[in-house]
Write a protein that binds this ligand. Structure first.
Ligand code: ACO
Length: 378
């Protein structure tokens, strides 16, 4: 009999750069004020990378913490998914940098879905687990969005910050973990939030520098309308899909873009605002790191206890959105999914046979090459 598998969050960690940029600091750089930023967004300060921070180093720091909480070593991981729109390089995939720096021995890929990236990645990780393919997946949301900010443009540079947050998702046979989700995309809104140059449509050129086209551009009011429309409705659909109502949810973790967007969602859902976790005042919008960073801090502050129901929703460039309902608590990894399960045995056998084939192939390679050269010489 195949036991039902559940994907539970068993570890969490964060990394935020040491450098703090306050609203008053920004008021010295562009024509803005603490009063404008606070009343229009709720943001007071944000973190900006130091010269020692890279996207991969920040992801690794957060991941090490998450692995410690889960009681795992990097070698225990079956897969790493890194959600980001600001990788170290266009190529290679930053997830492979993270895998190497951690010393993990598993597959790794980068997922790009704007600010919704980590929620997308969480749902992907859960599918690998409930299908029986993998047991332990590291899911990271990380962003050095400051490199794409134009610090002469007051309409964007005040909104964002840099951060990393990581979670470990593990198999369990105790009901819980990811209960439901909704993923959405509306590419017709692509130009509301985009970076004009640096992709295949418009590679970097002199015009890029002259017209500052390497920086993020945003139609704030359009994104605002989209966010207000989407946050409450997507959260509600995910909650109903889990067979719950908004009243059942212990904590809402919304994307930390703007306090006014969160207040509008709370009003629309008739949920008291204090049920919505908010840390955007300290970090601003950290894009793909935003929802996991809030989740990590909610755990750290004791706002979540075993069995609590959490509803999360992110939205961003794409346009994309993603909601997930999760029951927190680590649960037990049962014998059915432990080292001796059929799925696990099959997986280990496949890895062993791959390793034998790899070794045989590399051992035979010089012989093949010798025979090939000899045939050519004749
Ligand atoms: N300081 C002072 N004045 C400013 C600033 C600033 N930092 N920014 C804009 N203004 C001015 C504008 O120039 C405008 O002046 P004008 O009336 O003389 O033309 C005025 O303030 C009002 O501008 P609006 O854009 O209408 O201001 P609004 O109240 O809509 O707030 C904001 C702007 C905060 C950007 C809001 O639209 C917003 O939060 N949008 C959503 C942004 C968002 O969530 N983006 C991230 C999506 S996620 C991702 O994937 C990255």
């Amino acid at each position: 009999m195949i036991n039902q598998r559940y994907a539970r969050i068993t570890g969490w960690g964060k990394y935020v750069p040491a450098r703090v940029l306050t609203n008053d600091d920004l008021a010295k750089m562009v024509d803005t004020s603490d009063e404008w930023i606070t009343t229009r967004t709720g943001i007071k300060e944000r973190r900006i990378r130091t010269e020692n921070d890279t996207t991969s180093s920040m992801a690794v720091a957060a991941s090490r913490e998450a692995l410690k909480v889960a009681g795992l070593s990097p070698k225990d991981l079956d897969l790493i998914i890194v959600a980001t729109s600001s990788p170290d390089y266009l190529l290679p995939s930053v997830a492979s940098q993270v895998q190497d720096m951690l010393g993990a021995e598993c597959g790794a890929f980068t997922l790009v879905a704007g600010c919704s990236g980590w929620v997308y990645a969480l749902t992907a990780a859960s599918q690998y687990i409930v299908s029986g393919a993998y047991r332990r997946v590291l899911v990271v949301g990380v962003e050095i969005i400051s490199f794409a900010l134009d610090f002469t443009d007051r309409t964007t540079c005040v909104l964002f910050g840099d951060a990393a947050a990581a979670t470990v998702v593990e198999v369990s046979d105790e009901p819980g973990g990811l209960l439901s989700f909704e993923l959405g995309s509306d590419g017709s809104g692509a130009m509301f939030l985009y970076v004009p140059d640096g992709g295949s449509v418009s590679p970097m050129s002199q015009r890029t520098i002259d017209e500052r086209r390497q920086y993020l551009r945003m139609d704030g009011p359009e994104v605002f309308k989209f966010a207000v429309r989407t946050l409450a409705s997507s959260l509600k659909r995910a909650i109903y899909q889990a067979g719950l109502t908004p009243d059942d949810i212990d904590l809402f973790i919304p994307h930390q873009a703007n306090a006014r967007i969160i207040e509008a969602a709370a009003r629309q859902m008739r949920v008291p605002l204090d049920k919505f976790y908010i840390n955007l005042d300290r970090y601003g919008n950290t894009s793909a790191a935003s929802v996991p960073l809030a989740l990590v801090e909610a755990f750290e502050e004791g706002r979540l206890k075993d069995g609590d129901l959490v509803a999360m929703c992110a939205f961003g460039a794409g346009l994309t959105w993603a909601s997930a309902v999760v029951q927190v608590g680590t649960g037990e990894v049962s014998a059915a999914h432990s080292l001796f399960s059929v799925g696990r045995a099959r997986y280990l056998a496949r890895r062993a046979s791959d390793a034998v084939l790899d070794t045989a192939q590399s051992a035979l390679l010089p012989l093949y090459s010798f025979l090939y050269q000899r045939r050519r010489r004749r």
